[in-house]
Design a protein around this ligand. Structure first.
Ligand code: DGJ
Length: 720
């Protein structure tokens, strides 16, 4: 990868192994004149788009568009000056280049480990009248991923109001017949794939909930008509952020598609005093001409290796058992130890004690904020329980919901103003709880000390960091009136500061984030916590869609997936243990039920599942994912994981409902080495020895499956 600069034409060519991204400065405006498959020519890149000679802002493919001087489309930013005007004209001032990638203070970001991994381009823009400067920061990675962020600096004499500050904007020529792909849903139904034709006008996605949300993931892609898992063009954006975001795709009157993503401008206003800077979160842009699957694999590798951090990044993740659906709030230390004891016999590695161990929390209506063990349930304390679990041979994990406060808690009685609230107004409760004001340092300090104290005294190896309600009354008792519209963002910055401090101080702890399942499944959280509880919906049929959708952007190592009891607690469906196991094994595997209730026959099956997962855990968690059949398109779902050296693979195939007189299916596999010979085996033994090209072109025969909720898997090992 490299950055080629044509000084005479003011052209910047960001070139990776597979993609090119070309910016040209015209009339002082940076324009995106090309983004797509790699252009081999380093220079000679003028006239890549039409109409530029007209120099009309409204028809130019702007890199960081502004409103008020003739571009009538959605702008990337807006600033209000002291005189009330909202006109700024950022013009190119200069550039710099470098190797590697700079970090971002206080925000999560994709990083490099050596300067060879990425190249940097920074374009400086200036509004001469106000003295505002904006640094557009780019890094291009070998695989073609491009990170973008904008840094505003007020060099003027008076405070300006930053009303809008997206992280990235791309204007794409000739794509008006393309489609918009995104992920939508709600609680217990996250990451549902949405696809619709683009047309004149705009489509916007986003969150105003203070969290990235179950409703929309901070991801959007413009895809060529008919693009599938292997073919077609994909232009994707994903925001490394966990709060209110906004993404928009707008087709203008010339058929140019404007795709932008960043902080949600709704209810946002940042007061930027003279000399101060404001940095937007980072956006990660991915282009693929190998379809949606190609895009996913670029995101997966980047996020697995250069977004997730810490000692757990490259480690195989433990198989856990969580007591939530086993006991809810009703447990004793003996019960938890009994689950761990059975878990140990079955090969499970970690026990997670979920909600209900602190304060007087017998239901969800009290005690959040009082992070002190409940001696009624744990008579000898938390440390004693953790040690009992460890003596059973399992690591001990613990649930927290640190961002919350119950009105019925000691903390609330002591600090009623520590929650987000507007003076004199109702405090909207959700699940009986309010949200702590993480924009305040004393609140963050309290939480740090409360948790650090436990981590220092109890052998905690894993933390489930939950967050179970959206933000309302987003006001801070500690902020001035003019700063109140900063609080939603300051909340997220406060959260990042807190979790950065905790994860740095306790690097051995594996953190998993959760927000009523996938309400905050975003790259921002993954930077601090390398896995996320994907959904509160543990029904295996529902999980096919949820995990498939989530895998569009996020690597399998980040996707928490557990086997739960039947009838399922969310949808009351009965599915076989085998089916539930195969679905959960396609993620970060665990159990979420009372293991002591298993029959002997079930225990044998669970032992096999655990052994199977351990054997293939590295392949599943670190391999390349190829999605073969979509649950959004039919009764069958299939995906496979292929090792980096292509010597090993595992294929999962699921059938939701039985079919009369079923026929065999033929599955064209992907990602194998054409010339390798693979030994294929299933649960009942050797299936055959086949060439990679045969398996990918002619396909693997899947025998007819009988019954609802059935599944099979096949292992492939290169015999070359
Ligand atoms: C929501 C989580 O998603 C569940 O797994 C569980 O931890 C509950 N919260 C506990 O209150």
């Amino acid at each position: 990868m490299a950055i080629y600069i044509d000084e005479s034409q003011h052209i910047f060519h960001l070139q990776s192994r597979v993609t090119s991204y070309v910016i040209q400065i015209v009339d002082g405006f940076p324009l995106l004149v090309y983004w797509g498959q790699r252009l081999s020519e380093k220079g000679n890149l003028e006239n890549l788009v039409p109409r530029l000679e007209k120099k009309e802002p409204d028809s130019m493919p702007q890199e960081y568009p502004q409103y008020g001087t003739g571009d009538f489309r959605s702008p990337a930013y807006q600033v209000q000056l002291k005189d009330g005007s909202r006109i700024t004209e950022l013009r190119y001032k200069g550039y710099s280049t470098g190797a590697g990638k700079p970090g971002i203070e206080g925000l999560p970001y994709v990083y490099t480990e050596s300067d060879h991994e990425a190249d940097i381009l920074e374009l400086e823009l200036e509004d001469a009248y106000s003295g505002l400067t904006v640094l557009l920061q780019y890094s291009i990675f070998m695989d073609g991923a491009i990170t973008r962020s904008a840094s505003f600096k007020n060099n003027g004499q008076s405070t300006v109001r930053l009303l809008r500050a997206l992280s990235a904007n791309v204007d794409l020529y000739g794509k008006s017949n393309y489609e918009l792909l995104y992920l939508a849903g709600h609680w217990a139904r996250e990451a549902q794939l949405q696809r619709r034709p683009l047309g004149p006008g705009g489509t916007s996605l986003g969150s105003r909930r203070g969290m990235s949300s179950h409703q929309h993931n901070p991801f959007a892609a413009v895809v060529s008509p008919g693009a599938d898992e292997e073919h077609g063009e994909v232009f994707a954006v994903n925001l490394v952020y966990s709060g209110n975001f906004h993404a928009e795709a707008e087709v203008d009157n010339f058929g140019v598609v404007r795709l932008g993503i960043g902080l949600n401008p709704f209810d946002f206003c940042w007061m930027l005093a003279p000399g101060e800077s404001f940095q937007t979160p980072e956006a990660v842009l991915v282009y693929s001409n190998e379809g949606i699957g190609g895009m996913s694999r670029i995101y997966h590798r980047l996020y697995r290796n250069r977004l997730c951090r810490g000692v757990h990044r490259d480690k195989e993740r433990p198989i856990l058992v969580n007591n939530w659906e086993a006991t809810y709030f009703n447990f004793t230390a003996d019960k938890i130890e009994a689950i761990a004891e059975t878990g140990s016999q079955l090969g499970i590695e970690l026990l997670v004690l979920d909600d209900g161990w602190f304060g007087k929390r017998d239901s969800d209506n009290s005690s959040l904020g009082d992070w002190v063990e409940d001696r009624r349930k744990l008579p000898n304390g938390l440390r004693d329980l953790a040690e009992r679990i460890e003596r059973q041979g399992l690591q001990f994990g613990l649930w927290f919901e640190p961002e919350m406060i119950s009105p019925d808690s000691e903390l609330y009685r002591k600090h009623p103003d520590w929650c987000l609230h507007a003076e004199g107004r109702r405090r909207t409760e959700a699940r009986w709880q309010l949200v702590l004001d993480l924009s305040r340092s004393e609140v963050r300090d309290y939480l740090y000390n409360a948790l650090a104290d436990i981590f220092a005294n109890v052998p905690v190896s894993y933390v489930k960091w939950d967050m179970n309600r959206p933000l309302t009354e987003i006001c801070s008792a500690a902020a001035l009136p003019e700063n109140q519209q900063e609080i939603a963002h300051r909340y997220v910055l406060g959260l990042y500061e807190l979790i950065n401090k905790l994860t740095t101080a306790f690097p051995h702890i594996l953190f998993e984030s959760c927000s009523s399942g996938g309400g905050r499944f975003d790259p921002g959280m993954l930077y601090y916590m390398p896995q996320t509880w994907t959904s509160d919906n543990t029904d295996a049929v529902e999980r096919l869609k949820i995990q498939y959708g989530t895998s569009l952007v996020y690597p399998v190592s980040t996707i928490g997936a557990h086997i739960s009891a039947v009838p399922n607690h969310q949808v009351h469906r009965e599915t076989s243990l085998k089916f539930r196991g195969d679905v959960a094994m396609s993620g970060n595997f665990g159990y979420e039920l009372d293991l002591t209730q298993f029959t002997d026959a079930e225990k044998i099956q669970v032992k096999e599942q655990v052994a199977m997962y351990k054997e293939h855990r590295s392949l599943i968690q670190k391999g390349d994912l190829f999605r073969l059949r979509s649950p959004f398109q039919g009764n069958e779902t299939s995906w496979m994981f292929v090792s980096e050296d292509r010597c090993e693979a595992i294929v999962f195939y699921f059938q939701v409902l039985a079919k009369p007189n079923p026929a065999a299916d033929v599955l064209q596999l992907r990602g194998l080495e054409h010339t390798y010979t693979y030994e294929v085996s299933g649960k009942s033994g050797h299936v055959g020895t086949f060439h990679g090209d045969r398996l990918m072109q002619a396909g693997l025969i899947i025998p007819p499956l009988t019954g609802d909720y059935t599944s099979v898997w096949f292992k492939l090992r290169a015999a070359h």
